[in-house]
Ligand binder design. Structure first.
Ligand code: PEP
Ligand code: MN
Length: 339
């Protein structure tokens, strides 16, 4: 059961409810969501009468959420979550386009890309300063220097910054610079990291792990939500399947309408990592929008052949501008807009 307290419930009223349900053998998890205290009950306590609890002072409502993910479920919040990042709205009818290089490589590379993607219509700038690489010998990112360059690019273009944080110990550092903390696919079930970004109270872009189920993704989001941080974008970025010979991953287009059904959180699609191949990025991006995605994450590099990571899937600025134009047409077809 979940107990929703009234927005003006006093600490005394909250404690009173907690004491009552705990006396019935339940463990409790208290979070705040949209200004309301939410009490989640866990374990195997004695049966409770929802009518009795609903009458307790300060209680607004009770609900049974049968899914394992509670705060992420549509049952808990039927209306879609929207939030703003430096004035950019995420969720709702408008699509959010996030673009930039896989890795921040240099001042010139980042600023050129930032200006180009803004011109083409991107709403946020992405770029990795700390890179999760399969090989320890590959470029690992510029670290804090990369974060400084991202902040400079934000100052120059006004675009909010999305960048990855790989370790719980780095959350405080990355949060000094980033507007959105990205959790990479390989870290989707790094529970210490999920707790740390939950506590940071900063918007999060949470990528689906390459072999994570949709429910695994929602349970990962639940970790962040349990800290009262509900500014989360879920990101479908392709999964490992039996046939990844011609593409890096398989884009799970099913996951988009399924997630939109199961959760109130906005869903972003990443056709770059899903395909790993430049020529397939636009068709998969359009499929994602047609399926109901709330936005895109696209890798763009001024000279993809020189990129230090993910050059094969990076679009040139010109290709990205064409993609945005095509996305506008698809958005109109599904009665969405691109601001
Ligand atoms: C990235 O966004 O550059 C990245 C490393 O993505 P993923 O975690 O999805 O592989
Ligand atoms: Mn990448």
């Amino acid at each position: 059961m979940i107990i929703l307290m009234q927005p003006d419930a006093t600490p005394f009223q909250v404690d009173n409810v907690l004491a009552f349900v705990q006396s019935k053998g339940w463990q409790t998890c208290v979070t705040r969501s949209s200004g309301q205290t939410v009490i989640g009950l866990q374990g195997n306590g004695q049966p409770l009468d929802p009518f009795y609890i609903g009458q307790m002072p300060g209680v607004a409502d009770t609900m049974e959420v049968t899914e394992r993910y509670k705060l992420a479920s549509r049952a808990f919040r039927p209306t879609s979550t929207t939030f703003t990042v430096r004035g950019v709205t995420v969720g709702g009818n408008g699509l959010t386009i996030i673009a930039g290089p896989c890795s921040v490589e240099s001042r010139a590379q980042l600023l050129e890309t930032a200006h180009a993607v803004r011109e083409a219509g991107a709403h946020m700038l992405r770029g990795g300063a700390f890179k999760p690489r399969t090989s320890p010998y590959s470029f690992q990112g510029l670290g804090e220097k990369g974060l400084e360059l991202l902040a400079e690019a934000r100052a120059a273009t006004g675009l909010p910054i999305v960048t990855e944080v790989m370790s719980p110990h780095k959350v405080a550092l990355v949060a000094i610079y980033a507007d959105v903390l990205q959790i990479g696919a390989r870290n989707m079930q790094n529970f210490d990291l999920l707790n740390a970004v939950g506590e940071a109270q900063r918007p999060v872009l949470l990528k689906r792990g390459p072999s994570a189920t949709v429910e695994d993704l929602l349970m990962a989001a639940e970790y962040i939500l349990a800290h009262g941080n509900d500014r989360i974008m879920l990101c479908e970025r392709g999964i490992r399947t039996f046939d990844n010979r011609f593409t890096r991953n398989s884009f799970d287009v099913n996951a988009i309408p399924v997630l939109k059904q199961l959760t109130h959180l906005p869903v972003i699609a990443d056709p770059s990592h899903a395909t790993g191949v430049r020529r397939y990025v636009q068709p998969v991006a359009l499929a994602a929008i047609a399926a109901g995605a709330d936005g895109l994450l696209v890798e763009v590099h001024p000279h993809p052949e020189q990129a230090l990571s993910d050059g094969d899937q990076s679009l040139t600025p010109e290709e990205f501008a064409r993609l945005v134009a095509a996305v506008r047409q698809m958005a109109a077809a599904v009665e969405r807009s691109v601001g």
